[in-house]
Design a protein around this ligand. Structure first.
Ligand code: HEC
Length: 162
């Protein structure tokens, strides 16, 4: 039996510190190392990298389609492409979610939301508003690329040569 309330407080304190540590490790910090080009290198498995880069190429294809359709005055296609891309949430495992730093996740989710918003803007029928919204959306692409890269766990790059 635990007789002293002080002892209980100590256990609570230890649990809180452990909780803080785990929150930081699995929700906030992600699994990262520094990189030579001053970006954050996020360590993922080869399959996870392939999955996310596939999503990235989907983003680029959507942007290409949106720019072309806007130039052709076809905002119906823009609305479809943007809404579709906004709704395509990547199939992320809990393990991958834990490896991505919180800023990365919020920027990624926000990008999907901006595509959904772009779809609504396109339905408004103003091509200049679409171009402006796309330019703003692409700040998410450039901001995230400026600060992050992927490195495969266990590869020579993961030992620091990246
Ligand atoms: C939350 C972060 C993030 C956002 C937002 C983001 N990307 Fe990326 N993207 C990355 C990372 C990280 C890489 C890998 C870079 C590396 O390893 O050097 C990447 C790679 C890519 C690649 C290369 C794919 C390949 O096969 O090598 C393309 C194309 C790309 N992104 C397009 C986009 C476009 C277009 C957008 C915006 C609509 C976008 N990305 C938004 C993080 C992001």
């Amino acid at each position: 039996m635990l007789k002293s309330p002080k002892f209980l407080w100590l256990i609570i304190l230890i649990l809180l510190v452990a909780l803080g540590f785990l929150t930081n490790k699995f929700i906030l910090a992600g699994n990262t190392i520094p990189s030579k080009d001053d970006r954050t290198a996020i360590l993922v498995t080869s399959d996870e990298r392939i999955m996310i880069l596939g999503e990235m190429r989907g983003f680029l294809e959507a942007v290409q389609g949106i720019v072309e359709a806007t130039a052709e005055g076809d905002l119906k296609t823009v609305a479809e492409l943007a809404t579709e891309t906004g709704a395509q949430k990547p199939d992320m495992s809990a393990s991958l979610m834990g490896k991505l730093p919180i800023e990365f996740k919020s920027l990624g989710f926000a990008t999907h939301d901006l595509f959904t918003e772009l779809g609504k803007t396109a339905k408004g029928g103003d091509p200049v508003a679409v171009q402006k919204a796309l330019g703003d959306l692409m700040l998410n692409c450039t901001a995230c690329h400026a600060g992050n890269k992927f490195v495969v766990e266990g590869s020579p790059e993961a030992m620091g040569d990246n």
